[in-house]
Design a protein around this ligand. Sequence first.
Ligand code: C2E
Ligand code: MG
Ligand code: MG
Ligand code: MG
Length: 292
Amino acid sequence: QAKERGRGIYQLYNRVMNSEASEQFVLRNGLRHALDRQELLLHYQPQVDLLSGRFIGIEALLRWQHPEKGLIPPATFIPLAEETGLIIEIGEWVLRTACQQAVEWQQEGLQPLSIAVNLSARQFYEPNLVEMIADILQETQLDPSSLELEITESTAIKNIDVTQGILAQIQAMGVRIAMDDFGTGYSSLNYLTQLPLDTLKIDRAFIQNLWSEAKELEIIHAVIALGRALDLTVIAEGIDNTEQLDLLRSLNCPIVQGYLTGRPSPANELRGVLQANWQQHCPSAEVELALQ
Ligand code: C2E
Ligand code: MG
Ligand code: MG
Ligand code: MG
């Protein structure tokens, strides 16, 4: 009896494990062909300068339109892409596509002029990263100052010295560097003195727990002051309501990005995003714009 039951549980366990393994297997295999089959696409999310009320940047965010599973978010497949090394090819495609899109927008006369692209750790430490970036800038003719590359703290601290060297080369081309998810890593203050950075993106965890008496408010306040002292731009990530906007404004936060500034959307829907969401939520910015 017990033996029977034991076997039943074992079989169930086996089935669950197998279905999870086969899920991963299906995704990993599918990812190999995702580029060729044009299943990868970018969504774009605007960043707003609170002083001028202008859209000044757009972050490119990768998506996978899977033939059976629908739209898959990056958190699900980027780890697989890193593990298999496919991230190198995929990352190159992301950078090229985002730069091309930025040039297109600039040619249409559409603000913002700046495009932000995420780099993963494996991509960052690839020996020809700097060359790849230079080639794509050359190929797309995007002005390097219109490009901002985002790395995370965990990428940076893998090897601070190497990171420092790579960032210096990237900056020498005129490309800006942002530290993404700032405040969630271990040694934030330590590397600030060592790495050449242009921008700090305050992680959305701080913004999402933000209210007028919260400690998060003080932390954001301090990061904004730190940014000002070190001559770094500060972007608050993940703002999705007007209460957060008002608080950030009261702290003189220079730039915000989140569902409130626009949901990440395909390029052809971005114009609508730029108009519909922001202006309706930010009447004072409209006034400032009108006064200029
Ligand atoms: P991230 O770079 O920190 O991007 C911001 C994430 O927050 C995006 O998730 C965005 O959709 C989400 N977000 C923006 N505003 C809000 C908001 O108001 N509320 C909430 N709850 N979420 C908001 P997404 O697109 O799922 O991307 C997740 C992460 O995947 C990114 O975090 C980035 O680390 C990574 N990623 C995205 N695209 C790429 C890529 O092309 N290459 C690499 N290496 N990583 C990427
Ligand atoms: Mg990012
Ligand atoms: Mg982030
Ligand atoms: Mg992130």
